[in-house]
Design a protein around this ligand. Structure first.
Ligand SMILES: C[S@@+](CC[C@H](N)C(=O)[O-])C[C@H]1O[C@@H](n2cnc3c(N)ncnc32)[C@H](O)[C@@H]1O
Length: 281
């Protein structure tokens, strides 16, 4: 595990001045110290995550959103997605440093770390999300490390990552290309055309398939695309509410349509994930 921490610290760069960093375990929960001419210090939180975003940055998902997603994902409804992700990593980046950009509470990140073949770190703007991710990693003893940082400004050296994961989070192609090694891969996982069609059927009179996302990479080489699908039955109004709150429809649906979900005890829906692997030349 020490080796894993060393590999991650080697790749980290100070978010203030860009200098390499070292880990100091002697103080509190531990500290990251930058090796620049003016030393910048970053204390680890009790759970083990570290804040590496500029002070003024905020945002990312709220505590309530993190709790709802954790409650839903931990039931295994998206098992096919995490299984596909692990398979793609085994194929395209069997070892090395894996960075999960926009990792949320680490559902996918911790599964990758549990494979035991990689040094794994996750970054997200939400402090509540990375705190929850770090706690889960510690409970599981999988060695994953977490930080607060924007996907548009990752605190990592150029060419340091073997794989970047981007799962239902904003895609920042230029930044991912910067941190990837030559030959490294970006694995993108997002909603397929028929993802959550059953949820839409329950909410709306007129339903439509999802359009292709607008932020797909343009400069990296697409080496594999696959669609993974399943049908799930979500049980209980609370769990259906958790799923609904994870979706963009939560913010766009009228109060009358939202009330339709309150009457449901089970929801059967297609889930469909679009997985793409891009390689940096
Ligand atoms: C829909 S969630 C997905 C989380 C996780 N990848 C998953 O699929 O379980 C999107 C995540 O992106 C994070 N996020 C949004 N904008 C971000 C940014 N600019 N930098 C880092 N994280 C961001 C949010 O805080 C949230 O945790």
């Amino acid at each position: 595990m020490e080796n894993v921490t060393e590999r991650i610290v080697d790749a980290l760069r100070c978010p203030v001045c860009g200098a390499p960093m070292r880990y100091d375990a002697t103080c509190g929960a531990g500290q990251l110290l930058c090796l620049g001419t003016r030393t910048h210090n970053f204390d680890l939180a009790k759970s083990g995550y570290v804040h590496l975003a500029p002070r003024h940055s905020g945002g990312g998902d709220s505590r309530e959103a993190v709790r709802a997603r954790t409650a839903f994902l931990s039931e295994g409804y998206y098992r096919v997605a995490v299984d596909a992700l692990c398979e793609l990593i085994k194929t395209y980046a069997p070892e090395g440093l894996v960075v999960d950009a926009g990792c949320g509470e680490g559902y996918y990140t911790n599964r990758v770390a549990a494979m035991g073949q990689h040094a794994v770190c996750g970054f997200d703007l939400s402090r509540d999300a990375v705190d929850s991710a770090a706690k889960a990693a510690r409970r599981e003893g999988n060695g994953a490390r977490y930080g607060v940082a924007s996907v548009f400004e990752l605190p990592l050296a150029d060419g340091s990552a073997d794989a970047v994961l981007n799962i239902f989070a904003p895609c920042s192609e230029a930044e991912y290309a910067r941190v990837l090694k030559s030959g490294g891969v970006l694995i993108l996982l997002g909603a397929g055309e028929r993802h959550l069609l059953g949820l839409k059927r329950a909410l709306y009179d007129e339903i439509y398939e999802n359009a292709e996302r607008a932020d797909l990479p343009e400069g990296l080489d697409l080496v594999e695309q696959r669609t993974v699908r399943d049908v799930i039955e979500v049980t209980g109004a609370e769990q259906i509410g958790h799923l609904f709150s994870m979706t963009p429809y939560y913010w766009r649906t009228s109060p009358e349509d939202k009330r339709k979900l309150e009457r449901l005890e089970t929801l059967k829906t297609e889930i469909e994930f679009d997985c793409r692997v891009y390689r940096k030349a």
